[in-house]
Write a protein that binds this ligand. Structure first.
Ligand SMILES: Nc1ncnc2c1ncn2[C@@H]1O[C@H](COP(=O)(O)OP(=O)(O)OP(=O)(O)O)[C@@H](O)[C@H]1O
Ligand SMILES: [Mg+2]
Length: 385
């Protein structure tokens, strides 16, 4: 049995594990790779950390660094999907995504772990249903996966100035990641009666996934690498465009040059960084990957339009060159990553979706129903290429 909604070659061959000894990092990797494209290196690290967390053997905390729209939140969402689709992972289903700035009170300069635990509690209650027993609730909360987004905004230095609240957050989080017992006030069933309880939540068995774009980090490392005497060299590659031209590009990929010290210089506290099992750098997405995301990702704008046009009995198809042109246009908007696909796709499809049969593009199929092909010509016209 493959994973529901996600028929991929590897997962279709490999059965869904029913016991922990059937689970492997490779299986986790292939399950995630169906929804997260072009980030294989990063996903290998994610798979290893998740394996550690799921088996409860070692802490699997992760720091995800990547430009906007490269897949950080997508990775978190697909971990959540796995937890929900695989019955074996039920004890891990209390997963929450929270913004770093919500975990600190900037007036009092205090770390507020109970805000994080409240978010975890909500998820745990959603899994357990009405009125869980105190012990059940505690057990699920203690195995939570906590995603903290925008940790980069909580640097110790922001725009050249000290940012004390950032240090407060990092210190607070690192203590939780090490394992702390936090008294948590809530209501739960004790001997069949609902009562106010204080659960001593031990955070040692939780998984922490922190993510951020770390914008200034790219320039910072680029400057280090290209400064005279750095001894480093940027790589050049030949790129063939959809229209058949070849150009040489010198690209800077953060992952090629990154060292942990760069994060300290950025303003992250060394002890905080030391709590992560892995620091994972996501690639900027290439034209090839953007094209794949458009054509294959489960939640891509194309898939949505396909579903929509199916309501009118229209099969939507995309010419290969048309997809490549859209991917190239998305790559030119380098700051938004795969998010750019949505806008580009919208420019082409919005008028068609409003009045499919009035677009002049719908053809009847001999076997019944209709088809609509997005051609390279249509893309060029819509995008003014
Ligand atoms: N590697 C990827 N594989 C598949 N889809 C992707 C990938 N990266 C981005 N996407 C798509 O692009 C959209 C934005 O991606 P996502 O939310 O993961 O970005 P992010 O890295 O969290 O960016 P931000 O720093 O702005 O939060 C998502 O809807 C997702 O479908
Ligand atoms: Mg995000």
């Amino acid at each position: 049995m493959g994973l529901p909604h996600a028929p991929g070659p590897v997962a279709a061959q490999d059965p869904v594990p029913e016991q922990l000894d059937q689970l492997s990092p490779r299986w986790i990797f292939s399950a995630l790779a169906q929804g997260v494209l072009g980030q294989d290196k990063a996903l290998e690290f994610v798979a290893v950390s998740l394996y550690k967390h799921i088996t409860g053997t070692l802490p699997g905390n992760l720091l995800l660094i990547g430009n906007s729209g490269t897949g950080k939140t997508t990775i978190m969402n697909h971990i959540q999907r796995l937890y929900h689709e695989v019955p074996l992972f039920r004890p891990l289903r209390a997963m929450t995504i929270i913004n770093a700035n919500l975990l600190v009170d900037s007036d009092r300069m205090e770390f507020r772990p109970e805000r994080l635990l409240s978010a975890v509690e909500q998820r745990a209650r959603a899994v357990l249903g009405q009125k869980p027993a105190a012990a059940e609730l505690q057990a699920l909360m203690e195995r939570a996966t906590v995603c903290v987004d925008e940790v980069d905004k909580m640097s110790a230095v922001v725009a050249g100035k000290p940012n004390p609240i950032g240090v407060v957050l990092q210190q607070g989080l690192l203590t939780l990641m090490e394992g702390e017992v936090v008294p948590f006030h809530t209501f739960a069933l004790v001997d069949g009666k609902e009562e106010e309880v204080v659960l001593p939540i031990n955070t040692r068995g939780m998984m922490f996934i922190c993510g951020g774009a770390f914008e200034g980090l790219y320039d910072q490392v680029f400057t280090r690498v290209t400064s005279p005497g750095s001894g480093e060299k940027l790589k050049s590659t030949a790129i063939r465009t959809a229209d058949g031209q070849v150009r040489i590009e010198t690209r800077f990929a953060l992952a090629d040059f990154f060292r942990l010290e760069d994060l300290f210089a950025y303003g992250m506290v060394p002890q905080f960084i030391a709590r992560f099992d892995n620091v994972v750098i996501l690639n900027d997405l290439t034209v090839e990957v953007l094209k794949q995301i458009l054509l294959q990702a489960v939640d891509s704008p194309l898939m949505r339009s396909k579903k929509y046009l199916a309501l009118f009995h229209i099969d939507l198809e995309v010419e290969d060159l048309a997809a490549a042109l859209m991917a190239e246009a998305a790559e030119r908007q380098s700051r938004t990553g795969a998010r750019a696909l949505r806008g580009i796709w919208g420019k082409i499809m919005n008028p068609i979706e409003f009045d499919p049969f009035g677009s002049g593009l719908v053809q009847p199929k001999p076997e019944g129903g209709f088809r609509l092909v997005v051609t390279a010509d249509l893309v060029r016209r819509a995008l003014g290429l």
